[in-house]
Write a protein that binds this ligand. Structure first.
Ligand code: ADP
Ligand code: TRP
Length: 320
């Protein structure tokens, strides 16, 4: 099956992103033909600083490769390396009803947060539809927040096919909705926007600072506690092995759990978990040529698929 997903280069990745989304994206590369791209055109709707954007694009490429994206299995490329996408976005925009875009929650949410409503922000789902349709993607793994955009893509594809003939594959979303939402340091959903994150590639001192800032109750060590109500335990479960989780859980339930020790174990487990990825990232960061080659090879593969589709589209609409 052809899988496609885009990642906006708009900031540092955190532990919630990893367990909620990235881990699943990487699993899908094993048995499918995967295309993962860095959505730099989309990021322009929020990042207005050229150097920052360049840095974020490089960071996303490094993060994904370090975390296990295998360029032999999945194509990794920059959205802007495939100019055919822009051409398709325009053609799709000519058949996209205004009402369809006006209903998009993500647009409404962003303007309610004070983001200036640019035309790009409004037309964002049309570009996303072009991203998906140009590769004839069958499945699009996304977080829940992006579900509506895939529905919009389906509507646009159907409208196009009804108007011009069956060109596009109608894609399905695959909701990457990790078993549970990873809590942030304050107990709310971990999110860049809440300033409550543990970065995947944080140094140990920073993980330490983050974990030490988690507020716990004042129950004495001896008193039994409910592990399911403790952020420390919820986070620990993501990183630790079964045997250690069982042991710690028994300390909570039977009494004898000290929050100070628990914080120490969480710091160790979190740094240990990402340690091999960190080493890999450091190595990769030294090898700019390799990153360049991976992105170029990915773009070449993607462009082959995109140029075939755009040929069919031009013929169908009469611009050939
Ligand atoms: P943020 O909320 O930090 O801005 P994004 O919206 O960029 O994160 O998240 C990208 C994807 O990562 C989301 O669509 C979602 O699937 C996943 N994700 C983000 N935060 C969490 C979390 N706290 N727990 C689980 N998954 C998450
Ligand atoms: N809008 C997506 C996000 O913010 C990123 C994205 C752009 C995307 N184009 C896409 C995701 C195509 C899936 C498919 O997360």
């Amino acid at each position: 099956m052809r899988i496609l997903s885009g990642i906006q280069p708009s900031g540092k990745l955190h532990v919630g992103n990893y367990f909620g989304a990235i881990k699943q994206y990487l699993k899908l590369q094993e048995e499918n033909e995967a295309f993962y791209f860095i959505a730099d055109y989309h990021a322009l709707t929020s990042v207005k600083d050229a150097d920052k954007l360049r840095k974020y694009v490089e960071d996303v490429a490094l993060d994904y490769l370090a975390l296990g994206l295998d360029p032999e299995k999945a194509a990794l490329f920059r959205q802007s390396d495939i100019p055919e996408v822009q051409e398709l976005a325009w053609i799709l925009s000519t058949i996209t009803p205004m009402g369809l875009l006006e209903r998009c929650h993500s647009y409404k949410d962003k303007i309610s947060q004070g983001i200036t409503p640019s035309h790009g922000l409004f037309a964002y789902p049309v570009l996303m539809a072009a991203d998906i349709l140009i590769y004839k993607s069958e499945m699009v793994p996304v977080g829940k927040d992006q579900k509506q955009h895939v529905e919009v893509t389906r509507d646009i594809a159907q409208k196009f096919n009804n108007t011009y003939g069956e060109i596009f594959v109608i894609p399905n979303e695959h909701i990457v909705d990790s078993t549970a939402v990873v809590p942030g340091l304050d107990g709310k959903k971990m999110s860049k926007t809440y300033n409550n994150i543990i970065e995947i590639f944080a140094e140990k001192e920073d993980i330490q600072k983050a974990v030490m800032s988690i507020v716990t109750d004042s129950k004495p060590v001896k008193e039994p506690k409910d592990p399911e109500k403790c952020i420390l335990f919820t986070l620990y479960k993501l990183f630790a092995v079964e045997k250690d989780i069982k042991y710690v859980e028994s300390l909570y339930r039977d009494g004898g759990l000290s929050y100070k020790d628990m914080k120490g174990w969480l710091i160790e487990a979190a740094s240990h978990y990402f340690f091999p990825f960190k080493l890999k990232r450091k190595e990769l960061a030294e090898d700019k040529q390799y990153i360049k080659e991976v992105l170029e090879a990915g773009a070449e593969k993607a462009r082959k698929a995109a140029s075939q589709t755009i040929k069919e589209v031009r013929l169908a609409v009469g611009i050939d």
